[in-house]
Write a protein that binds this ligand. Structure first.
Ligand code: GGG
Length: 356
C-alpha cells in the first residue's frame, strides 16, 4: 500500500513559475484533502535568478542536502535573461537536478483535451494522445567543449555530444516498457543518422538491439526534420516517441503547441530506481513576456502535480486532478486567455481546485 505522508520540496523559480506554482499547490492541497494524504511542502527560494542576484549563484553549495531527503521536487520555471544569461540559469539549476539526481527519463504527455481549440483541422479529443520520452542526462546537453582564439577572427567554439551505451539503453528500455504497457504498443524513435554520422547511427543500432527483446512493440523511426512535420500533419499517428535530450526537448514543446497550447503541458523528470527524488514541472519556461500579468495558464503546473501524485503511488488522487483539468478546459468560461477564455491564472487555478 502506498504511504500517505510525503515531504515535497517546492521551488517556484522565475517569471510565471512564481504565478503558476501557487495554483499547483492549491490543487495538490485539494487532492490531499479529498484523498486523505498528508503532504508537507517545504518552499525554497533558490534555483531562481532572484537568488542569483542576491548570492552570485543559482543554488547554495548544500542544495543537494537541502532537497535530497524529500520524496519529490515540485518545480516551476527557470530563466530571467535580463539578469542572468539563460545557459547559466539552466545549468545552475534544472540541469543540476536532472544530473545529480540521475533523473534520466523526461516523460512528457501530449494530449488533445476536450474543449481545447486545436489548431490542427479536424482533430477530436482522443485522436491525439501520446508520450514523448526524452533522454535527460547526456546527449547534446553536455558542457564538454571550449573556445579557442577567443576574441580574434580565428575564434573557434566546439561542443561535444555525449552518448553512452548505458545512457541510451536505459532510456530505450523505459520507452519500450511504456509502449508495451499501452494498447497500441507502438514506439517511434527520433533520429538524424543521415547527417549526424556517429552518434545517431549508434542510437539506431541500440534501438534495433532493444527491439529484439520486446518483439510485441512495433517500432518505426524518422529523421527529426520530417518527424517535426509529422507532428504537425499527423499527430494521431504517434503512441510513444523516444528521442535524445535535444530532440526530445524540441518535440515536447512542439507536441503541446500542436494540441492548443504549451501552457497545459506537464513534464516528469524521473529517477526510475527511486534512489533520488524525481522532479515535476510544467514544460513551459518562465515566459518573461507575460510574467507579472496574472494571465499564465496554470494547467501545466497542476498537471505536473498530478504526475507527481501518480509517481508517489496515488493514482486515484492523480486521476481526480486530471479529471478536474479536463472538466475546466471543456468549459470555455473557465479557460485562460491563451485558450480564448476570460480567466486569469488564479481564477482558473481556483476553478480546478474546486472541481477536484
Ligand atoms: N519548467 C521548465 C523550464 O523552466 N524550462 C526552462 C528551459 O529552458 N528548459 C530547458 C529544458 O527543459 O531542457
Amino acid at each position: 500500500m502506498a504511504q500517505n505522508t510525503h515531504r515535497i520540496a517546492v521551488l517556484a523559480g522565475d517569471g510565471i513559475g512564481k504565478e503558476v506554482m501557487p495554483e499547483g499547490l492549491r490543487a495538490l492541497k485539494a487532492a490531499a484533502k479529498k484523498f486523505d494524504l498528508d503532504l508537507h511542502f517545504d518552499e525554497f527560494d533558490f534555483a531562481s535568478c532572484d537568488y542569483y542576484a542576491r548570492h552570485g549563484e543559482m543554488m547554495p553549495q548544500d542544495w543537494k542536502d537541502r532537497v535530497g531527503g524529500h520524496d519529490a521536487i515540485f518545480f516551476g520555471a527557470v530563466g530571467w535573461p535580463d539578469t542572468v544569461p539563460d545557459h547559466i540559469s539552466l545549468w545552475g539549476s534544472l540541469l543540476q537536478f536532472r544530473r545529480e539526481f540521475d533523473q534520466y527519463v523526461n516523460l512528457r504527455p501530449v494530449k488533445l483535451m476536450p474543449g481545447v481549440p486545436c489548431p490542427l483541422a479536424g482533430r477530436e479529443p482522443g485522436d491525439i494522445d501520446f508520450l514523448v520520452v526524452r533522454e535527460n542526462t547526456e546527449g547534446e546537453y553536455s558542457s564538454i567543449g571550449g573556445k579557442m582564439y577567443a576574441g580574434t577572427e580565428r575564434e573557434i567554439v566546439i561542443q561535444e555530444t555525449v552518448m553512452s551505451r548505458q545512457g541510451i539503453d536505459r532510456i530505450l528500455a523505459f520507452a519500450f516498457d511504456v509502449a508495451q504497457s499501452r494498447p497500441r504498443k507502438k514506439l517511434t524513435s527520433a533520429t538524424k543518422s543521415n547527417g549526424i554520422s556517429i552518434t545517431m547511427p549508434y542510437w539506431d543500432e541500440r534501438v534495433a538491439e532493444m527491439s529484439k527483446t520486446r518483439p510485441d512493440v512495433s517500432v518505426d523511426q524518422y529523421h527529426i526534420d520530417i518527424l517535426t512535420a509529422h507532428f504537425v500533419l499527423n499527430p494521431d499517428r504517434f503512441d510513444v516517441v523516444v528521442g535524445s535530450n535535444l530532440f526530445g526537448d524540441i518535440l515536447s514543446d512542439l507536441g503541446p503547441a500542436c494540441t492548443g497550447t504549451i501552457g497545459i503541458a506537464p513534464s516528469a523528470n524521473l529517477n526510475p530506481p527511486k534512489n533520488f527524488p524525481s522532479l515535476f514541472e510544467p514544460v513551459h519556461g518562465s515566459a518573461p513576456d507575460i510574467a507579472g500579468q496574472g494571465i499564465a495558464n496554470p494547467v501545466g503546473q497542476i498537471w505536473a502535480g498530478a504526475m507527481m501524485l501518480d509517481h508517489l503511488g496515488h493514482s486515484d488522487a492523480a486521476s481526480a486532478m486530471t479529471d478536474a483539468i479536463e472538466g475546466v478546459l471543456a468549459d470555455e468560461t473557465l479557460r485562460t486567455k491563451d485558450l480564448g477564455g476570460p480567466l486569469g491564472t488564479e481564477e482558473c487555478g481556483k476553478a480546478i481546485a474546486a472541481a477536484i
